[in-house]
Design a protein. Structure first.
Length: 255
């Protein structure tokens, strides 16, 4: 069983890490589009073109399932891609429903890329789940750049988050949604900065659960997916195979 996981950059490695933990006996291709990252500040059609190219590439590589480990790419492309492909495509969207269901009152801060927050898919998600208007959307595009540059300077991050959150009274909030896979690298900093009553949500667990269900539907017995094995991962940089896994491994350690 071969699974292709892709993102504009290193954010999707946070999803790959979960997938490798829960489904170690699967072969993975991880594709980072380093020539075109970031997606979240580019026009929709331009990003659609990059995403389509990646999906075509992964299908040629013979993957059985594709995971779009990118909220931005999912929001703009998943529907169109599913209409054109035969294999299952699993997408991700900000975990708004999870956060709202988990908190019967209080506001929820939904962070994502600027592009995600302007898509119809995101707007529909909010319209259907947030009936009491409890969500507040906040774009944080700089975090994508920080993660790509492996810039995790704690002092700088504290100042950055303090400035971004200064416009809100955080006592009114019960949770924050990390609606971009790059943001997951900052969970541990947010845990320190945010008040203790605010819970942090991301879509990674749900996505891997979805992948597991999808592989089971393909008649794979669960023991075959979970048996301990050295997980095989191939790493691609915008279509070029990267023989060294050093960068990938260093990011896997950061999650
Ligand atoms: N990691 C991506 C996401 O989940 C996109 C980041 C970007 O390229 O702007 O939305």
């Amino acid at each position: 069983m071969k699974v292709g996981i892709f993102d504009s950059g290193v954010g999707g490695i946070t999803v790959l890490k979960k997938a490798m933990e829960y489904l170690p006996a699967v072969d993975y291709i991880y594709y980072t589009d380093n020539l075109h990252v970031p997606y979240g500040t580019k026009p929709k059609e331009e990003v659609y073109g990059y995403v389509k190219q990646i999906v075509d590439f992964l299908i040629k590589e013979g993957v059985d399932v594709i995971v779009i480990a990118c909220n931005t790419a999912t929001c703009i492309a998943v529907q169109r891609l599913r209409e054109q492909t035969q294999i299952p495509i699993i997408g991700m969207e900000p975990a708004v429903k999870l956060a709202l269901d988990d908190n019967i009152e209080g506001k929820i801060l939904v962070t994502a890329t600027p592009l995600t927050l302007t898509t119809d898919k995101y707007k529909n998600l909010v319209e259907h789940t947030d009936t009491n208007h409890r969500t507040v959307s906040l774009p944080l595009p700089e975090l994508v750049q920080f993660a790509e540059e492996r810039d995790f300077n704690e002092e700088k991050l504290c100042a950055y988050f303090a400035e971004k959150f200064s416009q809100y009274d955080l006592n009114e909030f019960r949770g924050i949604v990390l609606g971009c896979t790059h943001f997951v690298y900052f969970r541990k900093y947010l845990e320190k900065i945010l008040p203790a009553h605010m819970k942090i949500y991301d879509g990674n667990d749900g996505t891997v659960r979805h992948l597991r269900e999808c592989l089971l539907l393909n008649d794979k017995p669960i023991k075959d997916l979970q048996q301990k094995a050295t997980t095989h991962v191939e790493f691609y940089y915008s279509g070029k195979k990267c023989e060294s896994l050093d960068i990938l491994e260093s990011y896997l350690k950061l999650v």
